[in-house]
Design a binder for this molecule. Structure first.
Ligand code: HEM
Ligand code: NAG
Ligand code: NAG
Length: 450
């Protein structure tokens, strides 16, 4: 009896000892072995950082930096990075900028960013082949004279950006090749002085106010990335340029997947259900029209507009009751999506198959029907220019659908008239080249020739 009790004690104390040693080993693994391994692995790839300290890591330093930053009064400046993320700011200076070839010396090359000529050519060629806004809409506020045409009120003008960008007449037989050097003499030379042939940011009074900002931002980001890494095309990349509010790769850029990315199927489901919800909302916004109003809207006006335009030589796919050309457009889109796309920049027939096909049949400017809304599709560069640069306020911005309103709110893109003039003046001032102080970033691109 006694000996079996002793045995039990011995076994259980061995078991306890074993558990204790295992626990110690696990703790040792977690707080010492793994952190050191990771630190070494990253260091061997050039990624350094504040050294790991037992258990705490860098939490103490970070908390001290925070306290220190918070104890200083903050002046009314927008330079808040060092205040909000003091540790990232300080570590970046220590471990990234000082370790790089480029020393941090503000003011030395104040115009370095704007001088990146080759990069400007590359950006422009990318914006030519893949303009984020493939078409820019307007609506006629009253009867207007456009070129030789008389266009009735309330016709939507769809000014194509993609079409002139892919027009061999302007760019030559190599129009579908990525050739940044075509911009080496500037835009005027590249387009043979055809204003309207290159309009990624629009043109005229309502041109993109953020153009300087966007190009400067892109140059800074690219110059930082390209100094340390290079791009290659992933074998998994599927070429599928895709128009959904803006123009983007449908399956993202493989290799740059976000953490926790959704599968393409989930993505599609999520976006269609969102679209469905938005559609319901969009329609619920229209009041209930009377019977004569309905007749007018779905039959009389479309037929009249169609005749009027036809009499001026503007043809197009025939208006169909209520739907307009929506079905054909959607079928053409589906047909194109079902075919795999080779790795070509000839994307106009893929992204806007209906406009590509119908301009071939009906001419450069033609009439199509978005439901009961007449859309005059304009791909002729001269007419595009005329619409963009008109200063009489006859080509209005269409009212945003509820979903677009969620994106743009009541900001500058939505305004008209006096309100627009006032806001635009302020925005022009804020976005002027001189207001975008890039002198602090110029040192990043020092001695860098792109
Ligand atoms: C590559 C990037 C960008 C492209 C291709 C682009 C393109 C465009 C286009 C095509 C328009 C419409 C012009 C029209 O309706 O005639 C526009 C308007 C506008 N963009 Fe951009 N944009 C870009 C980046 C930005 C950025 C970064 C900002 C702001 C920080 C911005 C702010 C605006 C505003 C406020 C308008 C409305 C201007 C007005 O109606 O007066 N954009 N943009
Ligand atoms: C690129 O396009 C922008 C805007 O159209 C223009 O201001 C700039 O001069 C162009 N750069 C080159 C190198 O063509
Ligand atoms: C631009 O920024 C630098 C520091 O980043 C500052 O010293 C300089 O005064 C700024 N210039 C203007 C015109 O605001």
């Amino acid at each position: 009896m006694r000996s079996s009790g002793g045995l039990l004690i011995i076994i259980s104390s061995f078991l306890c000892l074993f558990c204790f040693v295992a626990l110690l080993f696990k703790i040792f693994h977690k707080i010492w072995w793994t952190p050191n391994c990771i630190q070494k692995l990253m260091a061997s790839q050039g990624i350094r950082g504040p050294p790991y300290r037992l258990i705490h890591g860098n939490t103490k330093e970070i908390s001290n930096m925070y306290k220190e930053a918070r104890s200083r009064p903050l002046s009314l400046s927008h330079d808040i990075f060092s205040y909000v993320q003091s540790h990232v700011h300080s570590y970046m200076e220590q471990y990234i900028f000082l370790s790089s070839v480029y020393r941090f010396e503000p003011h030395e090359y104040p115009d370095g960013i704007s001088k990146l000529e080759t990069m400007s050519m590359i950006l422009n060629e990318s914006l030519r082949l893949y303009p984020p806004a493939v078409a820019i809409p307007r609506i006629t506020g009253r009867v207007v004279r456009l070129g030789k045409l008389i266009v009735p009120a309330n016709v939507q003008l769809l000014v194509s950006v993609l079409a002139p960008h892919h027009e061999p007449q302007f760019w030559g037989p190599d129009v579908h090749l990525f050739k940044p050097e075509r911009f080496s003499g500037g835009v005027a030379k590249a387009t043979n002085n055809n204003v309207g042939a290159f309009v990624p940011f629009g043109l005229g009074p309502r041109t993109c106010v953020g153009m300087n900002f966007a190009t400067t931002e892109a140059k800074i980001a690219l110059s930082l990335i390209l100094q340390r890494s290079s791009f290659t095309l992933s074998p998994a990349y599927i070429h599928a340029p895709y128009q959904s509010i803006i123009f983007r790769p449908q399956h993202r850029l493989q290799g740059c997947r976000r953490l926790g990315a959704r599968s393409p199927e989930n993505e599609k489901r999520a976006s269609t259900s969102l679209l469905k919800r938005l559609k319901v909302k969009a329609f619920s916004n229209y009041g209930r029209p009377s019977k004569t109003e309905i007749f007018h809207k779905i039959w009389w006006t479309p037929i009249r507009v169609q005749r009027l335009m036809a009499s001026q030589g503007i043809r197009g796919p025939p208006y169909r009751l209520i739907d307009g050309n929506a079905k054909e457009v959607s079928n053409m889109g589906k047909e194109v999506m079902s075919r795999p796309l080779d790795l070509s920049h000839n994307i106009f027939p893929v992204v806007l198959p209906h406009i590509h096909a119908w301009t071939k049949i009906y001419g450069k400017n033609y009439l199509q029907w978005h439901g009961t809304l007449p859309q005059l599709v304009v791909t002729e560069a001269d007419l595009c220019k005329e619409i963009f640069t008109n200063k009489d306020g006859v080509y209005l911005k269409p009212k945003f659908r509820p979903y677009a309103k969620k994106v743009f709110g009541n900001g500058l893109p939505a305004l008209e008239g006096e309100k627009w003039v006032k806001s635009r003046r302020l925005a022009n001032h804020a976005f002027r080249g001189e207001s975008l102080n890039v002198s602090c970033c110029s040192s990043y691109v020092r001695n860098w020739s792109l």
